[in-house]
Design a protein around this ligand. Structure first.
Ligand SMILES: NC(=O)c1ccc[n+]([C@@H]2O[C@H](COP(=O)([O-])OP(=O)(O)OC[C@H]3O[C@@H](n4cnc5c(N)ncnc54)[C@H](O)[C@@H]3O)[C@@H](O)[C@H]2O)c1
Length: 325
């Protein structure tokens, strides 16, 4: 199975992960349609498709538009659903807005697929924060989900919609949950879209990286190129149908270690500050995640260690800072 000549649709394809998928699919000979509303609160950035903008079809529209989604989804072989309202803190301030995009938007795409293209392979991107605080370690796909913020709760719900359509309508749906993805084409200027890419942005500007408390919480981090390979593997392998996978890096680092790695490979300096109360309230503590299932069933494994990924990220952003800040 390969992507060659496959028709691939990517919601959120102007964002961080979606645009990296678009690059990868195009290189592999797929026909790519990107569907994105360029939400200013997100990582959506036209520059993410720089160099391939004439080779992909770009549709600027909202996933909440049944008409817009339906007219694009017909005839597609694979859908990567990456569009989301992605800020944890914003979801607490605007819970209904978050439901609208992350829940209703996902249902809208599923309904369009069921009505107009039930054969499509539907790959949904979930998040490790759906689990909340760890009940056991390492967290696997059977770990209970007690999300601690509205975004993560709505990602839990939308993931279940995807699995329900897989089960009840026999559609080929898969969930790939990611964690702390970093790399080229990320939003590096909004702190609330993920601490690691924001730290990389600060480091590129030679600014201090502010770590809350001691920064002792453990995290799996994953280079975006590895995530893209996991999503492609899920799209191409029928063994992924109706399954949930964690696609995360092998190793856990504390936040302080990640900050140190960024300083060493990108720049800046680390500064420890007190926890802001609104962040402390939704903090999940350590998150140690197993990637055994995806390794066993899809044969995927992360390949890019933290330092190498940081160097690749620095090399991408350094000449392009104006496009991203
Ligand atoms: N980045 C991470 O570390 C991470 C970790 C776990 C899960 N995820 C998941 O991966 C997916 C992609 O995240 P990302 O980091 O690329 O985010 P991003 O913010 O860079 O991209 C999201 C894209 O979705 C678009 N979008 C938002 N609302 C939309 C709407 N209503 N209609 C159409 N387009 C809309 C935005 O314009 C943006 O281009 C999301 O589902 C997110 O939950 C990301």
């Amino acid at each position: 199975m390969s992507l060659k000549n496959k028709k691939v649709m990517i919601t959120g394809g102007l964002g961080f992960i979606g645009s990296n998928i678009a690059q990868r699919c195009l290189e592999a000979g797929a026909e790519v349609t990107v569907y994105d509303c360029l939400d200013p609160r997100s990582g959506g950035n036209m520059y993410n498709l720089h160099g391939i903008e004439d080779s992909v079809k770009i549709v600027i529209n909202d996933i909440r538009s049944m008409e817009g989604i339906s007219s694009c989804i017909r005839g597609q072989d694979i859908l990567f659903h990456c569009a989301a309202y992605t800020s944890h803190p914003d979801s607490m301030k605007d819970p209904l807005g978050d439901i609208d995009v992350n829940c209703k938007g996902t249902i809208n795409i599923l309904e369009s697929a069921r009505r107009f293209n039930p054969e499509i392979k539907f790959v949904h991107v979930g998040t490790s924060t759906q689990n909340g605080k760890m009940c056991y370690s390492p967290v696997d796909e059977k770990h209970p989900e007690f999300p601690m913020d509205i975004y993560s709760a709505n990602k839990t719900v939308s993931e279940k919609y995807v699995l329900i359509y897989g089960g009840a309508h026999k559609m080929r749906t898969t969930v790939v949950r990611l964690a702390n993805v970093f790399g080229p084409r990320a939003n590096i200027k909004i702190a609330d879209l993920g601490f690691m890419n924001y730290f990389i942005g600060l480091a590129l500007q030679g600014k201090p990286l502010t770590v809350y408390g001691k920064g002792a919480q453990l995290r799996n981090i994953t280079y975006v190129g590895d995530c893209v390979e996991a999503l492609v593997a899920a799209a191409l392998d029928p063994a992924s149908d109706r399954e949930v996978f964690f696609a995360v890096g092998d190793k856990q680092y504390s936040i302080a270690e990640i900050a140190k790695g960024i300083v060493e490979n990108v720049g800046g300096e680390v500064k420890f500050v007190d926890w802001p109360s609104e962040r402390a309230a939704i903090e999940i503590g350590d998150a140690v995640i197993s990637n055994e299932k995806i390794k066993k069933i899809l044969g995927w494994a992360p390949r890019v260690p933290m330092a190498e990924g940081l160097v690749k990220t620095r090399e991408y952003f350094a000449p392009l800072l104006k496009k991203y800040l």
